[in-house]
Ligand binder design. Sequence first.
Ligand SMILES: [Zn+2]
Ligand SMILES: [Zn+2]
Length: 235
Amino acid sequence: MPLPARSAADVRLSDAFEATGCPVCTEVARSDAVWLESILAESVNDIGFREELDRARGLCRHHVRRVLDADQRRAGRLGAAILLRASLGARLRDIERAHAARGWARRRRAEDAARPPACPGCAREASTTSWVAGAIVRLADDPVWATAIGDAPFCLDHLVLLLRERSASGGWAAAEARQLERLRDLRDLLEGFAHTSSHDRRHLQTDGQRAAIDAAADALAGDTARQRNTTRSNR
Ligand SMILES: [Zn+2]
Ligand SMILES: [Zn+2]
Protein backbone atom coordinates (compact mmCIF):
# COMPACT_ATOMS: atom_id res chain seq x y z
CA MET A 1 0.00 0.00 0.00
CA PRO A 2 1.48 3.40 -0.93
CA LEU A 3 2.15 5.76 1.97
CA PRO A 4 -0.45 8.55 2.27
CA ALA A 5 0.92 11.80 0.80
CA ARG A 6 -0.52 15.29 1.14
CA SER A 7 2.22 17.19 -0.67
CA ALA A 8 4.89 16.74 -3.34
CA ALA A 9 7.45 16.51 -0.52
CA ASP A 10 5.49 13.62 1.05
CA VAL A 11 5.44 11.84 -2.33
CA ARG A 12 9.25 12.12 -2.57
CA LEU A 13 9.65 10.83 1.00
CA SER A 14 7.30 7.96 0.23
CA ASP A 15 9.53 7.05 -2.76
CA ALA A 16 12.56 7.13 -0.46
CA PHE A 17 10.84 4.68 1.91
CA GLU A 18 10.14 2.36 -1.01
CA ALA A 19 13.79 2.35 -2.16
CA THR A 20 16.34 0.10 -0.45
CA GLY A 21 18.51 1.49 2.33
CA CYS A 22 18.12 4.41 4.72
CA PRO A 23 15.26 6.68 3.51
CA VAL A 24 17.03 9.82 4.80
CA CYS A 25 20.23 8.93 2.92
CA THR A 26 18.14 8.22 -0.20
CA GLU A 27 16.19 11.49 -0.12
CA VAL A 28 19.26 13.59 0.73
CA ALA A 29 21.23 11.97 -2.14
CA ARG A 30 18.32 12.60 -4.54
CA SER A 31 18.05 16.24 -3.54
CA ASP A 32 21.84 16.62 -3.75
CA ALA A 33 21.82 15.21 -7.30
CA VAL A 34 19.10 17.70 -8.33
CA TRP A 35 21.15 20.57 -6.84
CA LEU A 36 24.32 19.48 -8.64
CA GLU A 37 22.43 19.17 -11.93
CA SER A 38 21.17 22.71 -11.49
CA ILE A 39 24.55 24.24 -10.63
CA LEU A 40 26.15 22.40 -13.55
CA ALA A 41 23.44 23.71 -15.86
CA GLU A 42 23.09 27.30 -14.61
CA SER A 43 24.96 28.47 -11.53
CA VAL A 44 28.46 27.90 -12.90
CA ASN A 45 27.88 31.00 -15.04
CA ASP A 46 26.53 32.98 -12.10
CA ILE A 47 29.21 35.38 -10.77
CA GLY A 48 27.65 35.42 -7.29
CA PHE A 49 27.76 31.65 -7.02
CA ARG A 50 31.37 31.52 -8.19
CA GLU A 51 32.40 34.15 -5.65
CA GLU A 52 30.65 32.17 -2.93
CA LEU A 53 32.44 29.02 -4.07
CA ASP A 54 35.77 30.85 -4.01
CA ARG A 55 35.18 32.14 -0.47
CA ALA A 56 34.28 28.60 0.61
CA ARG A 57 37.54 27.38 -1.02
CA GLY A 58 35.57 25.08 -3.31
CA LEU A 59 33.78 21.76 -2.90
CA CYS A 60 34.71 18.94 -0.50
CA ARG A 61 36.05 15.58 -1.72
CA HIS A 62 32.62 13.97 -1.52
CA HIS A 63 30.94 16.67 -3.62
CA VAL A 64 33.72 16.70 -6.21
CA ARG A 65 32.95 12.99 -6.77
CA ARG A 66 29.26 13.80 -6.97
CA VAL A 67 29.96 16.51 -9.58
CA LEU A 68 31.57 13.81 -11.71
CA ASP A 69 28.57 11.49 -11.24
CA ALA A 70 26.17 14.29 -12.23
CA ASP A 71 28.46 15.33 -15.08
CA GLN A 72 28.39 11.84 -16.60
CA ARG A 73 24.64 12.16 -17.03
CA ARG A 74 25.04 15.38 -19.04
CA ALA A 75 26.12 16.02 -22.60
CA GLY A 76 28.75 18.77 -22.24
CA ARG A 77 31.55 18.87 -19.67
CA LEU A 78 31.90 22.67 -19.47
CA GLY A 79 29.95 22.97 -16.21
CA ALA A 80 32.20 20.42 -14.47
CA ALA A 81 35.32 22.12 -15.85
CA ILE A 82 34.26 25.54 -14.50
CA LEU A 83 33.31 24.11 -11.10
CA LEU A 84 36.46 22.04 -10.68
CA ARG A 85 38.65 24.93 -11.87
CA ALA A 86 37.11 27.18 -9.20
CA SER A 87 37.69 24.52 -6.51
CA LEU A 88 41.24 23.78 -7.64
CA GLY A 89 42.13 27.48 -7.98
CA ALA A 90 41.12 28.20 -4.38
CA ARG A 91 43.08 25.28 -2.93
CA LEU A 92 46.11 25.96 -5.14
CA ARG A 93 46.25 29.54 -3.80
CA ASP A 94 46.67 28.15 -0.25
CA ILE A 95 49.26 25.60 -1.37
CA GLU A 96 51.25 28.34 -3.18
CA ARG A 97 51.32 30.39 0.04
CA ALA A 98 52.66 27.40 1.98
CA HIS A 99 55.21 26.73 -0.75
CA ALA A 100 56.47 30.32 -0.67
CA ALA A 101 56.72 30.49 3.15
CA ARG A 102 59.74 29.54 5.25
CA GLY A 103 60.25 28.55 8.90
CA TRP A 104 57.29 28.77 11.31
CA ALA A 105 55.18 30.62 8.76
CA ARG A 106 55.38 27.61 6.48
CA ARG A 107 53.81 25.35 9.08
CA ARG A 108 51.00 27.86 9.69
CA ARG A 109 50.35 28.26 5.95
CA ALA A 110 50.32 24.48 5.51
CA GLU A 111 47.76 24.22 8.29
CA ASP A 112 45.63 26.84 6.50
CA ALA A 113 45.91 24.80 3.30
CA ALA A 114 44.90 21.62 5.15
CA ARG A 115 41.53 23.05 6.27
CA PRO A 116 38.67 21.34 4.42
CA PRO A 117 36.68 23.71 2.16
CA ALA A 118 33.46 25.17 3.61
CA CYS A 119 31.69 23.20 0.87
CA PRO A 120 28.35 24.75 -0.22
CA GLY A 121 27.14 21.23 -1.14
CA CYS A 122 27.69 20.06 2.45
CA ALA A 123 25.96 23.14 3.88
CA ARG A 124 22.96 22.47 1.68
CA GLU A 125 23.02 18.76 2.51
CA ALA A 126 22.96 19.53 6.25
CA SER A 127 19.87 21.72 5.91
CA THR A 128 18.10 19.15 3.68
CA THR A 129 18.91 16.39 6.19
CA SER A 130 17.48 18.33 9.08
CA TRP A 131 14.34 19.22 7.09
CA VAL A 132 13.84 15.54 6.09
CA ALA A 133 14.32 14.36 9.71
CA GLY A 134 11.68 16.81 10.96
CA ALA A 135 9.24 15.80 8.20
CA ILE A 136 9.63 12.07 8.95
CA VAL A 137 8.98 12.52 12.66
CA ARG A 138 5.87 14.62 11.89
CA LEU A 139 4.59 11.98 9.44
CA ALA A 140 4.76 9.38 12.26
CA ASP A 141 1.48 10.89 13.58
CA ASP A 142 -0.17 8.91 10.77
CA PRO A 143 -0.40 5.19 11.70
CA VAL A 144 0.49 3.95 8.18
CA TRP A 145 3.60 6.13 8.16
CA ALA A 146 4.45 5.14 11.75
CA THR A 147 4.61 1.47 10.68
CA ALA A 148 6.82 2.26 7.67
CA ILE A 149 9.07 4.46 9.84
CA GLY A 150 9.36 1.73 12.47
CA ASP A 151 10.44 -0.81 9.83
CA ALA A 152 12.78 1.42 7.76
CA PRO A 153 16.52 0.59 7.74
CA PHE A 154 17.72 4.01 8.96
CA CYS A 155 21.46 4.46 9.29
CA LEU A 156 22.56 5.24 12.84
CA ASP A 157 23.51 8.87 12.18
CA HIS A 158 20.08 9.59 10.75
CA LEU A 159 18.24 7.62 13.43
CA VAL A 160 19.96 9.78 16.04
CA LEU A 161 18.82 12.92 14.16
CA LEU A 162 15.24 11.61 14.31
CA LEU A 163 15.59 11.01 18.07
CA ARG A 164 16.70 14.62 18.49
CA GLU A 165 13.37 15.83 17.09
CA ARG A 166 11.75 14.83 20.44
CA SER A 167 8.25 14.08 19.16
CA ALA A 168 5.57 13.31 21.74
CA SER A 169 3.31 11.40 19.32
CA GLY A 170 2.30 7.79 19.99
CA GLY A 171 3.10 6.84 16.41
CA TRP A 172 6.65 8.09 16.78
CA ALA A 173 7.13 6.34 20.16
CA ALA A 174 6.12 2.98 18.61
CA ALA A 175 8.39 3.55 15.58
CA GLU A 176 11.30 4.47 17.87
CA ALA A 177 10.82 1.32 19.98
CA ARG A 178 10.72 -0.78 16.79
CA GLN A 179 13.99 0.80 15.58
CA LEU A 180 15.74 -0.11 18.82
CA GLU A 181 14.44 -3.65 18.49
CA ARG A 182 15.90 -3.81 14.95
CA LEU A 183 19.33 -2.67 16.14
CA ARG A 184 19.36 -5.06 19.10
CA ASP A 185 18.41 -7.91 16.75
CA LEU A 186 21.23 -6.90 14.43
CA ARG A 187 23.73 -6.90 17.30
CA ASP A 188 22.52 -10.34 18.44
CA LEU A 189 22.70 -11.73 14.89
CA LEU A 190 26.34 -10.61 14.60
CA GLU A 191 27.04 -12.20 17.96
CA GLY A 192 25.37 -15.41 16.68
CA PHE A 193 27.47 -15.25 13.50
CA ALA A 194 30.67 -15.07 15.51
CA HIS A 195 29.46 -17.88 17.76
CA THR A 196 28.67 -20.23 14.86
CA SER A 197 31.80 -19.42 12.87
CA SER A 198 33.94 -22.29 14.16
CA HIS A 199 34.14 -25.31 11.90
CA ASP A 200 32.08 -27.63 14.11
CA ARG A 201 29.25 -25.11 14.51
CA ARG A 202 29.05 -23.70 10.98
CA HIS A 203 26.03 -25.84 10.06
CA LEU A 204 24.11 -23.88 12.73
CA GLN A 205 24.75 -20.55 10.98
CA THR A 206 21.57 -18.92 9.58
CA ASP A 207 21.00 -16.74 6.49
CA GLY A 208 19.92 -13.98 8.89
CA GLN A 209 23.27 -14.12 10.68
CA ARG A 210 25.13 -13.94 7.36
CA ALA A 211 23.00 -11.02 6.10
CA ALA A 212 23.60 -9.16 9.38
CA ILE A 213 27.13 -8.17 8.34
CA ASP A 214 25.98 -6.08 5.36
CA ALA A 215 22.99 -4.75 7.30
CA ALA A 216 25.26 -3.63 10.16
CA ALA A 217 27.69 -1.98 7.71
CA ASP A 218 24.76 -0.10 6.10
CA ALA A 219 23.54 1.01 9.54
CA LEU A 220 27.00 2.23 10.55
CA ALA A 221 28.20 3.70 7.26
CA GLY A 222 24.89 4.87 5.73
CA ASP A 223 24.77 5.96 2.13
CA THR A 224 28.55 5.78 1.66
CA ALA A 225 28.43 1.98 2.07
CA ARG A 226 25.78 1.65 -0.61
CA GLN A 227 27.55 4.04 -2.96
CA ARG A 228 30.66 1.90 -2.78
CA ASN A 229 28.57 -1.20 -3.51
CA THR A 230 26.96 0.46 -6.51
CA THR A 231 30.31 1.58 -7.88
CA ARG A 232 31.65 -1.93 -7.42
CA SER A 233 28.70 -3.57 -9.17
CA ASN A 234 28.83 -1.04 -12.03
CA ARG A 235 32.40 -1.98 -12.86
ZN1 LIG B 1 20.95 7.55 6.50
ZN1 LIG C 1 30.55 18.80 0.38
